[in-house]
Design a protein around this ligand. Sequence first.
Ligand SMILES: Cc1cc2nc3c(=O)[nH]c(=O)nc-3n(C[C@H](O)[C@H](O)[C@H](O)COP(=O)(O)O)c2cc1C
Length: 208
Amino acid sequence: MNSTQQNGPITVGLVLGSSRQGRRGPAVAGWVAETAGRHPAARAGEMTVELIDLAVHRLPMLDEPVPARFGDYRHEHTRRWSKVVAACDAFVFVTPEYNRSVPAVLKNAIDYLDAEWRGKPAGVLSYGARGGGQAVEHLRAILGEVGMAVVPGHVELQLFTDFQWPAEGVSPTANARIAPAPERAAEVAVMVTGLVDAARGAVPVPVR
Ligand SMILES: Cc1cc2nc3c(=O)[nH]c(=O)nc-3n(C[C@H](O)[C@H](O)[C@H](O)COP(=O)(O)O)c2cc1C
């Protein structure tokens, strides 16, 4: 448990789970950060949101000789990543759906660690052509395996309805503006409330 978990402000790591060139992830994560920043807990200084962009961390495909469960990290990049994740009390995972699952870069980043995730609450927001529900199902299973408690419900953004597309229409490279329906912001607020309550210990977090 992070030392700030009970009394100080809660640090929510906003994990951006895509890394490809031209990705829409930063727009989505920016909107989530802005929306979470309007939450009463953030306004009261009880919660801060830290963006954790996997494109910035650039972890290689898992190359540790010992599984993370043993905490025996041999590489400097793993120790750096460990510190980033250990510093957070809770997480929001922002994931697109790639071929009905999470991007490999996100799965890889989770696989690198174990104790740093364990016992901490997580919220999930997905986006995609079909909203990303299948990616969320996979992510829930993965997060459960590293002992995280996923707060109920998730937020889903549809590429066709939660973005505003230019006059020339929808295309993979079109410069679309993120413009989620108002209900999506309310859903993010509910998720953040769940995370803050769980991180503060108001809701028991199951640990394996
Ligand atoms: C490799 C790949 C596979 C995709 N598969 C799905 C999918 O299974 N379901 C879906 O809703 N969207 C799918 N999409 C659309 C993505 O969700 C959409 O392009 C989204 O913007 C990807 O996130 P990113 O721009 O941050 O990389 C796929 C996109 C890519 C690049």
